[in-house]
Write a protein that binds this ligand. Sequence first.
Ligand SMILES: O=P(O)(O)OC[C@H]1O[C@](O)(CO)[C@@H](O)[C@@H]1O
Length: 541
Amino acid sequence: MGGDIWLRLAEYYKRTKATSLVERFDREPARFEDFSITLDDMLLDYSKTSLDETSRELLLELARTTGIESKRDAMFKGAQVNLTEGRAALHTALRNRGDDPVFAGTVDVMPTVNATLKRMAEFAEDIRSGKISAYNGTAFTDVVNIGIGGSDLGPAMATLALSPYHDGPRVHFVSNVDGAEISELLDNLDPRRTFFIIASKTFTTIETMTNAATAKRWMTAAIGESATEHFAAVSTAFEKTADFGISPDRVIGFEDWVGGRYSVWGPIGLSLMIAIGSQRFSEFLEGGNEMDQHFRTAPLRDNMPVMLGLIGIWHNNICGYESRAILPYDQRLARLPAYLQQLDMESNGKSGKVDGEHVNQHTGPIVWGEPGTNGQHAFYQFLHQGSRIVPCEFLVAAQSHEEKLQQHHHLLLASCLAQSEALMRGRCPDDIPEKLIVKGPSNEELDLTAHKVFPGNRPSTTLIYRKLTPRTLGRIIALYEHRVFVEGAIWGINSFDQWGVELGKELAATLLPLIGKETGFEDKDSSTQGLLKTIARLRRD
Ligand SMILES: O=P(O)(O)OC[C@H]1O[C@](O)(CO)[C@@H](O)[C@@H]1O
């Protein structure tokens, strides 16, 4: 679908790509107003990309041709958009704040969603107040969420992002099966005052189950049979949580129409709710819901997720840029790049279309990033003068939480704006006031001007928001969720399954009994055999 439009986009890009961003700004005095979208106290500036009126119209035509509106409406209405798993993708129902029913098939899911949210809130507040207490009646001081992927990244990212709102017990996250992570944490915790949440949709994920078993042993060694009182689970698999020894009144369930990487809005967000309280969690949901309403109702041209998605398509499929950098000038969003890696790359890192056909173009890009200004002192050299062009996505708050450290925030803001300006403007030899001459190895004079030249014309977007509040964070996450949806819908892929993670898991299960063995793996390739033998030797010697 949309074959001709792809060609027209490519041809238009070819014809206009010589026009630099600086030239565009010189020619179009209202470029910022024309190429930015405001949603209350949030603004997306995409004027520093090479989009112009014509290319934007072509992209909007692409979106319409690929049925973006009907696909969006189908998702919100609970259609089985996740065809390969036979499910709806109704994470938006978890943040539906109105009274309208939301159907998955013929069932209105809202009564269950609201009842679960109420249960979560009661549970979280009881932990916070000490009503749910440790075996000896004392309040819990520490809560540990054990989960991985979507059962970790969302609450871990959001808990850090909203740290100014923490007024509950300390919340920690363990995800890696590497024993280093859990052992370093447990060494610093008191089992008598620690509560574990085992967060796993399937309750089979090997990393989570291994960490959960270790936590249970650690707790049992300290308090014996009372250990299970220090555990809760968040899962869709009630039999498995019972087998683990968690009583049903300590299990908060959710439905299979919530994908792992979209699950922070519901019970998987329990650790976040314990940290910030149920009221603030509600504000977080409201923020997500506001972005949903915007996505559903704003004209495509003024629609933030749609335009962010189309900018992604432009950069990826038309300009040929392979990756996108997520650059929050907001230290508390330090985990956002990792969170978006899962959201984006697990959703859209696919080569098969919904109909089983192979895609004939690139799908999801490589997503990476770090908070500014640290990134500036690490990889920005590459962004400014490297041979590859990386579209940069800056995020920054106008106001910080650190009222007494305004000079820090001014510098942070100035740095963020400076980077997008430098990427766009670059620096030509004429702008270099003094020639820098050094002596070469044979005492000859070397002119360093070329090293000081920046090519510029490198695209970026900037998302500015007033302050990183629960509501704002909700909006940011929902914005990116819908952007991923828009891109996936245009490529015709299913953004809600993740078959590509299966093979590695299966092979790990077959390799596990071979670790430390010298033989028994003759059917493996010579590299794997060699590595297994080396492991055995290094463990033995
Ligand atoms: O919540 P679970 O079932 O433990 O799954 C954890 C993660 O594993 C995956 O299935 C694969 O990485 C993710 O999609 C998911 O978020």
